[in-house]
Structure formats: structure tokens, C-alpha cells
Write a protein that binds this ligand. Structure first.
Ligand SMILES: [Mn+2]
Length: 199
């Protein structure tokens, strides 16, 4: 499954495949761009199949409903919604176009990498654990980015070590996606990635 979200500031492409033999995907994502920002969430429900899907889908639904809120507010809201559910690893980020600031918050094994055209990478270290409705504090990181920046966020179903050079060397989200194709074939888990470029 491929989805696109584009305006004059950002072009994003999401790719998702469920674990082999499963009907439902345990990963869920949401992305939206407005005139002012791009917001994206990716959640990997614990386990696989229906209960995993239910947890991760709750994250996407809430971010869709409240996308104007900041990343910390969204994470707190999502955490409350997982109280009676199995749990999920979650990343949410927002890129504000006016001041070119990225705010990023996450818990668990979702990975995010941003490449700036000046040559530096933003690579938030994952926070151990998962979201389960227990009270917890979320650390929000802020980074600046420049026009021409490219990013990827992906669940642990995508196993790739050379992700930085891929972001650096390929110039469009389509080319990055093409280069990722071979990594999606022999998956042993639900697999989701979202790649984007900033103009
Ligand atoms: Mn997974």
C-alpha cells in the first residue's frame, strides 16, 4: 500500500505491508500537511494481527482528529487512549514550515532519520519501552532543518543499516522508495516507512 501527501512545502510517501500471512497490519501511520506544518505519526502495535492493529490505529485516529496540537499534547492524548489496549511503540513529529523547526517525540523502536542538505543528520536516539496508558513523561526534541532536507520514519519491520547514505544519495522520495524495495521483500514483521522531502 502506498499513500502520498504533498503540497508546495513537502512531498511525502508512505509504504506499508503487513506481515506475511496476516490480513491486518499491526502498524498504523497518519500524515497530513497544512499550509503551516507537516505532521506524521507511526505506531507499531505490540504483537501482530487484530489487537496490534487496534492499538496502533487508535494512535492514527487521535492524531488525525487533533493534528493542530503540539507533539507533547498528542503523545499524552495517545497514551491515555491505550489504557485498555495492548500497547504500541509510537513516534510523532511535526515540521513547522515558518521557522523550519522539527519537533519529535517517541517511545520504543520506531526509527527516524533526517538528512539536511548541509550534510548533517538528525537521528534521535530511541527511548526504550512502549506506550501502554501508564503515566509517563515524554521528551520532545527540537531540531532545525533546511529546505532540501529528506527524512524517513520506519517501523522495525524494515531492517536496513545504510539508511543514512540512502537519504543522502537519492534525490526524490520515489527514488528512495525504489531503493528500499528489496528490503521489503523478505520481511518477518509488519513493515511501514514514510519518506519525505522538504522544499
Ligand atoms: Mn514491528
Amino acid at each position: 500500500m502506498i499513500e502520498r501527501e504533498t503540497n508546495e512545502r513537502v512531498r511525502a510517501l508512505a509504504f506499508q505491508l503487513q506481515k506475511k500471512g496476516k490480513v491486518l497490519c499491526g502498524d498504523s501511520f497518519f500524515m497530513k500537511t497544512t499550509e503551516d506544518y507537516f505532521v506524521c505519526s507511526l505506531a507499531d502495535g505490540l504483537g501482530s494481527g487484530e489487537l496490534a492493529h487496534e492499538s496502533s490505529q487508535a494512535i492514527s485516529d487521535l492524531v488525525e482528529m487533533h493534528h493542530e496540537e503540539n507533539v507533547e499534547q498528542l503523545l499524552i492524548r495517545c497514551n491515555q487512549a491505550l489504557k485498555e489496549k495492548r500497547g504500541a511503540t509510537v513516534s510523532i513529529f511535526k515540521m513547522a514550515f515558518a521557522d523550519q523547526q522539527l519537533s519529535y517525540g517517541s517511545i520504543g523502536n520506531i526509527r527516524f532519520v533526517l538528512y539536511n542538505p548541509a550534510g548533517d543528520f538528525v537521528y534521535p536516539l530511541p527511548v526504550l519501552g512502549y506506550m501502554s496508558g501508564k503515566p509517563q513523561k515524554f521528551k520532545i526534541n527540537s531540531y532545525s532543518y533546511q529546505p532540501g532536507a529528506k527524512f524517513i520514519v520506519h517501523s522495525d519491520g524494515l531492517k536496513i543499516s545504510a539508511i543514512k547514505s540512502l537519504l543522502r544519495d537519492y534525490d526524490t522520495v520515489e527514488h528512495i522508495s525504489d531503493a528500499l524495495e528489496s528490503y521489503t521483500l523478505d520481511r518477518d514483521d509488519d513493515l511501514t516507512y514514510i519518506v519525505g522531502q522538504i522544499f
